[in-house]
Write a protein that binds this ligand. Structure first.
Ligand code: NAD
Length: 272
């Protein structure tokens, strides 16, 4: 039995990777994909959209549509890496249609997170800012390190991404901040420092600082630094290929079809 997967937002960097990942996975069939309204890819072949040779075996039943409803009606589960407001809309459509959904989009506001949780009351959703196994292990290690080291260890989180990324700090950097705050038993909201400019005065004990770099084609790099007088511990991760996110998302899709309603994380999917 194969699982039929639809890709919401096939023409993006991640969307293209996801189409390829599903085609390459013998346990899955590609139900089709959506592109946004007005996209030049409407009515084109999926192989053209994702830059695969025309000879690639894409199921003849796979559709390309602007309608999330139509795609969700044609698959067992869908994967969405688009934009926050679009993903929230997709979550509500999935909830109305009783269709499981995996969301990898980042940059949600608190209000949008609440809306995703609301949709998760009706269908199983996986929402994760980073689908890589390595990053999810890093989250667990950071929480553990922050719990063991006293607040004399200053926590700083540094991330770098490609020049096209629109949200900052990255969803993964924020998740690392949450993990560190959880380890310390504090609320990130009360400790996070996102901007430093001008005469700021000395660093406050217990702050969790963020620094953001953007440039070139960097897929994603994160470093969590625990700095004390006399030593520095650094835990980090470097992504060199988007395929790690695509394979994690497809793994999550296979997992989520077997779950009841709820808003799940990759920690749940991977059993960490
Ligand atoms: P991108 O800009 O290349 O792709 C986004 C795509 O969404 C675009 O092709 C756009 O046309 C499409 N889109 C927008 N509205 C749409 C609609 N209504 N219907 C269909 N398609 C629509 O961005 P990207 O680099 O692929 O990243 C997408 C998101 O995934 C970002 O939020 C990014 O931060 C996140 N991301 C998450 C992970 C993870 O592991 N969770 C990894 C990489 C990127």
């Amino acid at each position: 039995m194969t699982i039929s997967i639809g890709i919401l937002g096939a023409s993006g960097r991640m969307g293209r990777m996801l189409v390829r990942q599903v085609i390459d996975d013998p346990q899955c069939t590609l139900a089709g994909a959506t592109v946004r309204e007005g996209s030049p890819y409407i009515d084109q072949n999926l192989t053209d959209i994702v830059g695969l040779p025309a000879s690639t075996a894409v199921p003849s039943a796979a559709i390309v549509t602007v309608s999330a409803e139509k795609l969700l009606g044609n698959c067992d589960v869908a994967i969405d890496f688009t934009r926050p407001e679009v993903s929230v809309h997709h979550a509500y459509v999935a909830a109305a249609m009783g269709k499981p959904l995996v969301i990898g989009t980042t940059g949600f506001t608190q209000e949008q997170v609440g809306m995703l949780n609301d949709a998760g009351n009706h269908v199983p959703l996986v929402v994760a800012a980073n689908m890589s196994v390595g990053v999810n292990l890093l989250l667990a290690l950071v929480e553990q390190a922050a719990g063991r080291l006293d607040p004399a260890y200053d926590i700083e989180i540094v991330e770098m991404h490609h020049k096209h990324k629109i949200d900052a700090p990255s969803g993964t950097a924020l998740a690392l901040g949450e993990a560190a705050a959880r380890g310390r038993g504090v609320a990130l909201k009360a400790k996070a420092v996102y901007d430093r400019k001008g005469a700021q005065g000395p660093r406050r004990k217990g702050d969790i600082g963020f620094a953001v770099l953007r440039g070139g084609d960097v897929v994603g790099e994160h470093n969590v630094i625990f700095a004390a007088d006399g030593e520095r511990l650094e835990l980090g991760h470097k992504s060199s290929d988007r395929r790690i996110f695509a394979s994690g998302a497809v793994y999550a899709a296979k997992w989520v079809v077997q779950q009841g309603p709820g808003c799940y994380s990759m920690k749940d999917v991977l059993g960490f």
